[in-house]
Each structure stands twice: as C-alpha cells, then as structure tokens.
Write a protein that binds this ligand. Sequence first.
Ligand code: FES
Length: 82
Amino acid sequence: MILKVCIGSACHIKGSYDVIKIISKVIEEEGLEKEVELKACFCLNNCTDGVSVDIEGEEKIYSFSRENAEKQFKEIVKEKIL
Ligand code: FES
C-alpha cells in the first residue's frame, strides 16, 4: 500500500511533517515496513480538512492531524492491510 501525506502549504502549516513522523513511527512499531510505503505529495485539493492523506488507488482523502494521526493510522490504514 502506498500512503501519501500532503506537504502542500496548507497541510504543511497544519503539521504534515509531524504527521509523517508519527506515521513512520507507528509503521516501525507495528512492523509494517513491507506493507506500507510512506510518501510525501503535493496538494490533494482537500486543504481545508488537512493534513490530507491519500491511500493510493482510493477516491477518498483522509484527514489526519498531529493529535489523531496514530489513531487514524491504526483505524483506517492498518485495518485495510490486515
Ligand atoms: S495543501 Fe494539502 S490538500 Fe491542499
């Protein structure tokens, strides 16, 4: 699975780099390095609800934040892998 985190200006202001750090930490902790490839990307046209996260191949854009990144990852992304 390819997971793309927006680093466009609106999402950057809302903490996309922290979201990336949090997600990579969770990927490592959960041993999901082979299952999930984390990438940064530019604007996903969901600026008001950023930090925007896209699962490649899906229509939906997910809204992450520093506060909910770990929970969102475990509830949305991990669910789709397992
Ligand atoms: S800047 Fe992230 S969706 Fe536009």
